[in-house]
Design a protein around this ligand. Structure first.
Ligand SMILES: [Zn+2]
Length: 380
């Protein structure tokens, strides 16, 4: 099985890829396969990262959110329990095939969800004593530098650990939340990431690289608190959850371009739908089954309604009904952040046709097919 690096660049929308020179990444794409692909909806990290980790859609693995509505307590909880993943991850598949794997991530939530089956598991947010001894303390989570630190570990593993057949690198999208593609800080960030990708390729020329992202990023100018807006108009909702909310709220405050709305009673359905429909910033309201079908989600893990924001709006918990956001506010979660690159580079077989790939998780679905085929061969 060819050694593989899965590069999951958090928040690397196609506009970042397109507008920046990225000489290494673009030369790799040119020599291999490049496709303008799509992220899973909602365009948030967990739903997409777990899709990529499983090579499957949320309808199969079940993860539809960063935060979920806990019906027993009536509160929002962070989704961090690996038991919520309903199909094998790529780390489990490598382990079953007898091949070592490594997960390098900025975010502890990724480590908690899928790190248990990786032979090497590093989260910059919560590094072990051994990791700090080997690689130094990670830079702050709210920095570009933390992504460089992570890639330096990937390069070291490529140099020193031939037993590791899969390295999954999951950076943070903090720089994309902070800066649009053309801003100098963004250019610096992508320039450095591209150099590190070049170093990784140089020190492991036989390695295949699968490059993609979990979502893009757009400027937003309005946040609406759907529950408070309904309540101020005499409509009581059971709960509204922003699926984008995770523990790292500094750069997006837990808002996002989608909301899962839970009703107190089935009889509220018509009045709630009609009221939500006329709120500024609401683009479309889908019932549970309709949303599950359209976006390949697991129906019992979303709200009675899935409310889609327009391009410029996010939903979340506020003190009042709405808030105009600062000019530099950038976020994701909506249908407008699903434009992402798919790249295969360095594959030692015949480069597959791009027709086989549409979603970000199709890259790892294809990789999993290679593992399964390899197992068949060794059984013969
Ligand atoms: Zn993300």
């Amino acid at each position: 099985m060819q050694r593989t690096v899965v590069c999951m660049y958090d928040g690397l929308g196609y506009d970042y890829f397109e507008q920046h020179p990225l000489p290494v990444m673009k030369s790799m794409a040119e020599a291999g396969m490049l496709k303008r692909g799509r992220a899973v909806f909602p365009t948030l990290t967990n739903a997409n990262n777990i899709s990529i980790c499983c090579g499957a859609s949320p309808a199969v693995h079940g993860v539809t959110t960063n935060s979920y509505f806990d019906e027993a307590t009536g509160t929002a909880q962070f989704l961090e329990d690996p038991e919520t993943i309903l199909c094998p991850t790529i780390f489990q598949r490598y382990r079953q095939a007898g091949i070592g794997s490594a997960l390098l991530t900025c975010k502890e939530k990724t480590l908690l969800l899928v790190g248990g089956d990786a032979d090497v598991a590093v989260a910059a947010e919560a590094p072990s004593v051994e990791v700090i001894a080997s690689y130094g303390s990670p830079p702050p989570m709210y920095s570009s530098e933390v992504n460089y630190w992570l890639w330096e570990i990937a390069i070291d593993l490529l140099r020193t650990r031939p037993d590791i057949g899969l390295i999954y690198v999951h950076t943070t999208d903090y720089p994309m939340h902070m800066w649009a593609p053309e801003e100098p800080e963004s250019v610096d960030h992508l320039t450095r990431l591209d150099e590190l990708l070049g170093q990784a390729r140089e020190c492991a020329p036989d390695t295949m690289f699968l490059i993609t992202a979990d979502h893009g990023m757009n400027a937003k100018n309005l946040c609406v608190d759907l529950r408070k807006t309904c309540s101020a108009n005499g409509i009581d909702l059971r709960f509204c959850i922003s699926p984008v909310a995770d523990r790292l709220v500094k750069h997006h405050r837990g808002f996002g371009g989608v909301s899962y709305v839970y009703l107190n009673a089935e009889s509220d359905r018509t009045v709630v739908r009609e009221f939500l429909q006329q709120i500024k910033g609401v683009e479309e309201i889908l019932g549970r089954d309709e949303a599950a079908t359209r976006f390949d989600l697991k129906a019992d893990r979303i709200g009675d309604f899935v409310v889609l924001a327009d391009r410029y709006t996010v939903f979340g918990d506020l003190d009042g009904e709405k808030e105009v956001l600062p000019e530099n506010y950038r976020n994701h979660g909506s249908m407008y952040e699903d434009d992402i690159p798919l790249i295969i580079s360095g594959y030692q077989g015949e480069v597959p046709s791009s027709d086989q790939f549409a979603m970000n998780y199709d890259l790892t679905r294809w990789l999993i097919d290679r593992i399964e085929a390899g197992k068949g061969q060794s059984a013969c």
